[in-house]
Design a binder for this molecule. Structure first.
Ligand SMILES: [Zn+2]
Length: 317
């Protein structure tokens, strides 16, 4: 049974989706396409990897067994029935050629004579013609191929793709759960609060932040600001004043703030600030899209205005 013996090792906030995936395997009724949706760093990629391995595992008792040839090959990233489609090194998107390759992969005979798995991550990076190609494929998927889509922003995927998927939504845990999980992983407790705040409660993102130099850079830039969302706005403000800010960092902050606005707008649908929130959201979305496509922006012009609006929204909540 998927996760059966390992369930206690799965972070608590992933249990619900773990159970759903588990029962699909137990019933041997796995949909052709599953969409893992949620913020970056919540644990979707880890869950999709583990599920891929379980789908391919040769054991019928405990999945993934970690002992069979299939599990070994998967661990060494050389499994012939598994294809991971991601952005190519030199590009920031997934092109139509990559999807054509995936389709021909699905038409080949399985190395183990069983199922094949195609994992597309991050699916929001599919170019338009790649989305069209995958849609045609999903309309008539081969019997023995499972497609897993993982997306931080599945709103970017066409509705027609959505309609072909079983969607699993991954939500961030509360602060205490994230803190407890981090303390099982790392000794640097003094940094947990800031890392959780900066990642907007995405524990895997917080873990990566602490493990990399990015965290020290972020904390050094933030300075004395102390509220979680204030940290991000403060950092965005200081980046907006730089001539050549780190674009990745900028995109990262925009995504965090977009998530904050999404939660705020759900909590205050009828409040007087809903117009400001809506305006901030649409501005951030269009900036994220431009950053995503690598369009050169006048950072100061684009961000100074949005920072002042964000401060206004934050002060009201
Ligand atoms: Zn196995």
């Amino acid at each position: 049974m998927f996760l059966g013996n390992q369930f206690s090792e799965i972070p608590a906030w992933l249990h619900d989706n773990g159970k759903k995936l588990d029962s699909m395997l137990a019933a041997q009724h796995v949909p052709h396409t599953i969409l893992f949706s949620g913020s970056e760093g919540v644990g979707k990629s880890e869950m999709a990897d583990m599920f891929s391995k379980a789908l391919l595992c040769a054991s019928n008792i405990k999945l993934p067994c970690e002992n069979c040839k299939s599990c070994n090959l998967f661990e060494h990233q050389t499994h012939g029935d598994f294809l991971h489609v991601s952005c190519e090194d030199s590009k920031n998107n997934i092109g139509v050629e990559q999807i054509r390759n995936a389709i021909s992969f699905s038409n080949k005979t399985s190395a183990f004579g069983r199922r094949k798995v195609i994992l597309i991550n991050p699916a929001e990076k599919l170019q338009r013609n790649a989305s069209n190609a995958i849609l045609k494929f999903l309309e008539e998927p081969p019997e023995n191929t499972t497609v897993l889509l993982v997306s931080n922003r599945d709103g970017n995927l066409p509705a027609t793709v959505h309609s072909r998927c079983l969607r699993l939504e991954f939500n961030s845990p509360d602060y205490q759960t994230a803190y407890r999980w981090l303390s099982e992983k790392l000794p640097r407790e003094s940094e947990f609060s800031k890392a959780i705040a900066l990642s907007l409660r995405q524990p895997f993102k917080a873990l990566t932040l602490i493990k990399t130099k990015e965290f020290d850079k972020l904390v050094a830039t933030i300075g004395s600001q102390d509220s979680p969302i204030g940290l991000n706005i403060g950092l965005l403000g200081s980046l907006a004043k730089q001539k050549h800010p780190d674009v990745l960092l900028l995109e990262y902050l925009c995504l965090q703030l977009e998530q904050f606005l999404k939660e705020t707008s759900e909590a205050s649908l009828k409040s007087s600030s809903s117009k400001d929130i809506f305006e901030c959201q649409s501005k951030l979305r269009s900036l994220i899209a431009k950053l995503d496509q690598g369009i050169a922006l006048n950072i100061s012009l684009n961000f100074t205005n949005i920072v002042s609006k964000l401060i206004k929204v934050m002060e009201q909540h």
